[in-house]
Design a protein around this ligand. Structure first.
Ligand code: IPM
Ligand code: MG
Length: 368
């Protein structure tokens, strides 16, 4: 059966390496589960800049708008550090998020039991951890105007603007409450209402959406700095965390480390439903392009593979197949397969990116 369309944007650095493993898994679903995805591929980030002089060509943007799901690897690298801000690789990713209006960024942080000792925190703090950060992704200080570097009184001043409308806050709050109902039924909203007006509005609107539409969900509020502290002190107190674009960027990196490795975390960025009922969607690992290990077969493909699992769940309505893939990942970790980022013992030979892909494919076969 035609399961839907996917646009793959491998991007830069380790992006193409980890995406190669995802492609094999997509093919596995076609061969073994009858889910035939229509897959196309294009350029983003520095790879697009090298060819088109921009980090995302208009044709690619158009393609992204027309598929059921976009899968992105990573963007950026030292080669592009000196480029003008407007054509930096990251701008390609930000354009996709903004023009597809992917306002709800879901970043799960789950600690696989096999990796609990690998976290920098104690086992009892992280074992069994399963939280979900919902980060607002299309507004806030990332996009607010005015922005820029200006001259003022004979010196330069750098300006960015934190800006949120009520409707922008309300829609991401709804995403968080909806998710919470399918999980632990608890939402903690994080802002800095003690110092920011946008935080005061954030808190009010989240509370109002809760009281009027989701009174059954438990809601609490926390200042984002305290939230960061609580995330490292006792993360299991949380179920769903909803927060703005910048705090979400920071807090999701903090949450990532609880799980043992940044190489483990997937994400889904979702927008409004399209004509076919599926949400506009982009899936990407939380990690970056990792130029220091590019091309050496050291990258951990799990974050990207788990991002595809999220696509199965949220775009293609294949929750059971998503579970199958997540269980396969859990199994290879339990079996001790480790890319270098998951290995701190000396003397053990790490698995390569490809080995990890092989092991997950074998676990998928074994699941049939
Ligand atoms: C992320 C990244 C991006 C962000 C960068 C690459 C633009 O850090 O997705 O968390 O800041 O949003
Ligand atoms: Mg980030």
């Amino acid at each position: 059966m035609n399961a839907g369309s996917i646009l793959i944007l491998p991007g830069d650095g380790i992006g193409p390496e980890v995406m190669a493993e995802v492609r094999r898994i997509i093919s596995w679903y076609g061969d073994k589960r009858g889910l035939e995805f229509e897959v196309s591929e294009d350029l983003v980030g520095g790879a697009a800049y090298d060819v088109h002089g921009v980090p995302l060509a208009d044709e690619t943007m158009e393609k992204a708008q027309g598929v059921d799901a976009v899968l992105l690897g990573a963007v950026g690298g030292p080669k592009y550090d000196d480029l003008d801000f407007s054509v930096k690789p990251e701008r390609g990713l930000l354009r996709l998020r903004k023009e597809m209006d992917l306002y709800a960024n879901l970043r799960p942080a789950q600690c696989f039991d096999a990796l609990a000792d690998f976290s920098s925190l104690k086992r009892e703090v992280v074992a069994g951890l399963d939280i979900m950060i919902v980060r607002e992704l299309t507004s806030g200080v990332y996009f607010g105007e005015p922005r820029g570097i200006f001259e003022e009184n004979g010196e330069r001043v750098g300006i960015n603007t934190q800006r949120y409308t009520e409707s922008e806050i309300a829609r991401v709050a709804r995403s968080a409450f909806e998710l919470a109902r399918k999980r632990g039924n608890k939402v903690c909203s994080m802002e800095k209402a003690n110092v920011m007006e946008s935080g005061i509005l954030w808190r009010e609107v989240v509370q109002k959406v809760h009281d009027e539409e989701y009174p059954d969900v438990e809601l609490s509020h926390m200042y984002a700095d305290a939230g960061g502290m609580q995330l490292t002190r006792w993360p299991k107190q949380f179920d769903v965390i909803v927060t703005d674009n910048l705090f979400g960027d920071l807090l999701s990196d903090v949450a990532a480390m609880l799980t043992g490795s940044l190489g483990m975390l997937p994400s889904a960025s979702l927008g409004a439903p399209m004509a076919n009922g599926r949400p506009k969607a982009l899936y990407e690992p939380v990690h970056g392009s990792a130029p220091d290990i590019t091309g050496q077969g050291k990258a951990n493909p799990i974050a990207c593979i788990l991002s595809f699992a999220m696509a199965l769940r949220y775009s293609f309505d294949q929750g059971e197949e998503a579970d199958r893939l997540e269980k396969a990942v859990e199994k290879v970790l339990a079996d001790g397969v480790r890319t270098p980022d998951l290995l701190n013992e000396e003397g053990k030979t790490p698995a390569s990116t490809r080995d990890m892909g092989d092991a997950i494919l074998a676990a998928l076969d074994a699941s049939l």
